[in-house]
Design a protein around this ligand. Structure first.
Ligand code: T1G
Ligand code: NAD
Length: 707
């Protein structure tokens, strides 16, 4: 008997407990233990029914994702779950799945193969496989539509979002919501149904509709997937599998599901998304800041500056139920900031994201002020005033004076040195960077910037706080532009070079959009504001003196006041609905200045555009890793997926390079260095890894980031 599955006889009810912490995944030994339990249930005449339950905090959270990498084409591993669940369903004695925590993926498939399901009200049920680039592979696409109906099954499998047990009860997936003790409730239920015929989900076809009524459901689901999950193959495969359930009997339907599942499993997309799944968990681990490091309680915060970022950051804290003191320089700016917050909330209510009551509550948590004197009681401050060192130091000196000794002082600076800012205070150990991304109330990423003196407590506090805010915190070192912007600068510079050499603005953006980026580099510049980079270039000429070539078009655009969407024109011109259109004036400006600079014009293929832009990210990422400003390559990947719209199904720039092959990437970079110039000098780490046939992913985590 596997020690991962326990069986005991409770007065004629067999209690089968899966005990495989932390999430009772169907790891090796669990299906085997379940098979033995089934033998006992079937053979033991004293057993009238059975209850299936997870030990600890959850039911089964799915197949063991770590095992997927070991599955080779032709292996029976996943078909194994299918066969086992068929046996569960075929058992003559009723089996009741008792659900708490999460029943996800193979966990929900197991529960649906049981004859009945009971759950506590706050349990969650879902088929999140598409988030791993997969589809349910153990009968989920065949059983879920039979229980929940077609439309809901398509939604759950194609989008991958969980539902609460209460909704699952209304849908007919769950037979009873158990108040109080789940085990007692499940055993009582099992006693009620023992001796009755055990209903098989696979025989329930009444919810499968007919071709005519189903066609619009599948059509709109496919449209939705192509629009909202652009480039992802798994959502479409999940829809195909569910459609098979409406066209075929159960068993051939499962075979079709298996075929589509294996297609996804062996795809590059799934490998990338599984890398992302574990990456999002890995970035929370900082080798020299162990998880037992004490944290500073944060139950109230102050935000200084209510502009583009300050307003969004105040909403993030209020949404998490943390009271916010929001300070501005003057009443007009404060009113403007509060108006923007209110408008953003109105948009969320109109889109059904928040209820009116929720928004009213949250607005009450945001208290405006014009005085620093009120900051004496707050646990943490996030500063988001204009990007200038002198002003930041002035503000931090004030905060250091008025805030209580243990309060953390964080800056949302996107490029300035945390160490320099900390010099304005008497508490450099409590000064840290919390670099949110615009719009702060939407973007999931927060770069947490470690200064030379920043304490482990301050780091641990900010890492756990970002999780509490529903964000992903990634620890980075204190170099110029930290990790994300340090890579993004050269990326956007290379985009300018491509345009200066003759590539169309639209062609550059289109190539990157088709590669999967949320937006092309030039359109992104217009969104963020071309003046932000212009001011940084003017204030930090030392940063660009090395490169033998300087991009010039954006400076020319800014000199004409074309800052992008905020001024109605940048690389593109914008109408009052911010719809972009190409602008002949810009094309003329480019050819004038490129001719003046003597840059030969040529047609540039999409492939070269993608390679030059992505390999720029990779090369700079390799330098950052080597210099120790990021702990792992996956940290860079998670930053780019959650802060810069890099396609998740490509895993991030460093993972992508690993999959292309570092030798191939290096060879192309060397060719670009030959053709274009020294800014393409390959990063020493890339040269070394390519030489040794290694990958970025194999690099061990650094102990800590460089300050
Ligand atoms: N397999 C292996 N490890 C897993 C795992 C899984 N399914 N789920 C979680 N872990 C690890 C995770 O890496 C972390 O490890 C620890 O458990 C705690 O997780 C056949 C094909 C359940 C909501 O997609 O969504 O079934 O970092 O930090 O925030 O058709 O984990 O501590 O070393 O996330 O409380 C489908 C994935 C699989 C669910 C808990 N199932 N898991 O969240 O903890 S495919 C999923 C989650 C499948 C079938 C198909 C969440 C959670 P470490 P955590 P949490
Ligand atoms: P912004 O110009 O929109 O807002 C700055 C606000 O600070 C203004 O409203 C101004 O009135 C206020 N302010 C100035 N002095 C003040 C003082 N003494 N007390 C209180 N308020 C004061 O700028 P932003 O885009 O929100 O940027 C703020 C910070 O966030 C900068 O450091 C910037 O680099 C960083 N950042 C910006 C973005 C972005 O995309 N805009 C993204 C990440 C980080």
């Amino acid at each position: 008997m596997s020690d991962l599955v326990g069986v005991e006889n409770r007065d004629g009810i067999s209690l089968v407990t899966i005990d495989n912490p932390p999430v009772n995944a169907l790891s090796l030994g669990v299906p085997e233990g379940l098979a033995v339990a089934l033998d006992q249930i079937e053979k033991d005449s004293s057993i009238r029914a059975a209850v299936l339950m997870g030990a600890g905090r959850t039911f089964v959270a799915g197949a063991d994702i770590r095992e997927f990498g070991k599955i080779k084409p032709g292996s029976q591993r996943c078909a194994g779950h299918l066969a086992l669940f068929y046996r569960v369903e075929s058992c003559a004695k009723p089996i009741v799945a008792a659900i708490h925590g999460t029943a996800f993926g193979g966990g929900l498939e197991l529960a649906m193969s049981a004859h009945y399901r009971v759950a506590v009200a706050d349990a969650q049920l879902g088929q999140p496989e598409v988030k791993l680039g997969l589809i349910p592979g153990a009968g989920g696409t065949q059983r879920l539509p039979r229980l929940a109906g077609l439309a809901k099954a398509v939604e759950m499998c194609a989008q991958g979002n969980p539902i609460k047990a209460t909704e699952a009860h209304q849908l007919g997936i769950i037979d009873r919501i158990v108040e109080g003790d789940l085990l007692a409730g499940a055993i009582a239920f099992a006693k009620e149904v023992s001796g009755k015929p055990a209903p098989k989900t696979r025989e329930r076809n009444e919810e499968l509709g007919n071709a005519a009524e189903n066609a619009p459901i599948f059509a709109s689901a496919r449209q939705n997937a192509q629009r909202k999950q652009r480039g992802l193959m798994a959502p479409l495969a999940a829809i195909d599998a569910i459609e098979a359930a409406t066209r075929m009997r159960f068993e051939p339907g499962c075979e079709e599901e298996q075929r589509l599942f294996l297609q996804c499993l062996f795809s590059e997309q799934s490998k990338a998304l599984i890398h992302v799944f574990f990456g999002e968990r890995e970035v929370a681990k900082i080798p020299d800041v162990p998880k037992e490091t004490p944290t500073i309680p944060v139950n109230s915060v102050g935000v200084v500056g209510a502009g583009t970022m300050g307003g969004g950051i105040a909403m993030v804290f209020a949404n998490a139920g943390i009271p916010v003191l929001l300070k501005e320089a003057d009443q007009a700016a404060l009113d403007r900031g509060l108006r923007t917050i209110k408008n953003n909330y109105e948009i969320s209510v109109s889109r059904g994201r928040f209820t009116r009551a929720f928004v009213d509550q949250r607005m009450k948590l945001i208290r405006p002020t014009l005085s620093f004197e009120e900051f004496g009681g707050v646990d943490m401050i996030v500063e988001a005033v204009f990007e200038g060192m002198a002003l930041k130091k002035e503000v931090f000196a004030e905060l250091d004076r008025v805030c209580k000794p243990g309060a953390i002082l964080a800056s949302n600076t996107s490029s300035l040195s945390i160490d320099e800012i900390a010099k304005a205070t008497s508490r450099p150990h409590l000064v840290i960077g919390t670099h949110f991304f615009s719009p702060a109330n939407v973007m999931r990423l927060v770069e947490i910037v470690r200064g030379a003196a920043t304490s482990k407590e301050a780091i641990a506090t900010c890492m756990s706080l970002t999780k509490r805010l529903g964000k992903i915190g990634v620890l980075v070192g204190n170099c110029f532009g930290f990790v994300g912007n340090r890579m993004f600068g050269p990326y956007r510079r290379e985009a300018q070079f491509l345009v200066e050499e003759g590539a169309d603005i639209e062609a550059v953006d289109k190539a990157m959009y088709e590669f999967g980026m949320a937006m092309g580099p030039l359109a992104t510049g217009d969104l963020a504001g071309l003046d932000v980079g212009w001011r940084i270039r003017k204030e930090n000429p030392q940063l660009f003196k090395e490169a033998s070539r300087k991009a010039f078009i954006e400076d020319r655009l800014c000199e004409l006041g074309r800052f992008g969407q905020k001024t109605g024109a940048g690389w593109y011109k914008y109408d009052d609905k911010r719809q972009a259109a190409s602008d002949a004036e810009v094309s003329a400006l480019i050819s004038t200045w490129s001719t003046k600079a003597g840059i030969p014009q040529r047609m540039i293929a999409g492939e070269e555009i993608v390679e030059r832009l992505i390999y720029t990210l990779v090369n700079e990422g390799a330098r950052i890793l080597e210099e120790g400003y990021a702990l792992r390559a996956v940290d860079i990947d998670i930053i780019y997926l959650n802060g810069y719209g890099f396609p998740s199904y490509r895993g991030g720039p460093m993972w992508y390079a690993d999959r292309v092959g570092l030798r191939q990437v290096l060879q192309r970079i060397r060719e670009f260095e030959q053709r274009f110039g020294n800014w393409w000098k390959p990063a020493p780490l890339l040269v070394r890894l390519a030489g040794q046939g290694q990958t970025f992913s194999e690099l061990a985590a650094k102990q800590t980031v460089a300050a």
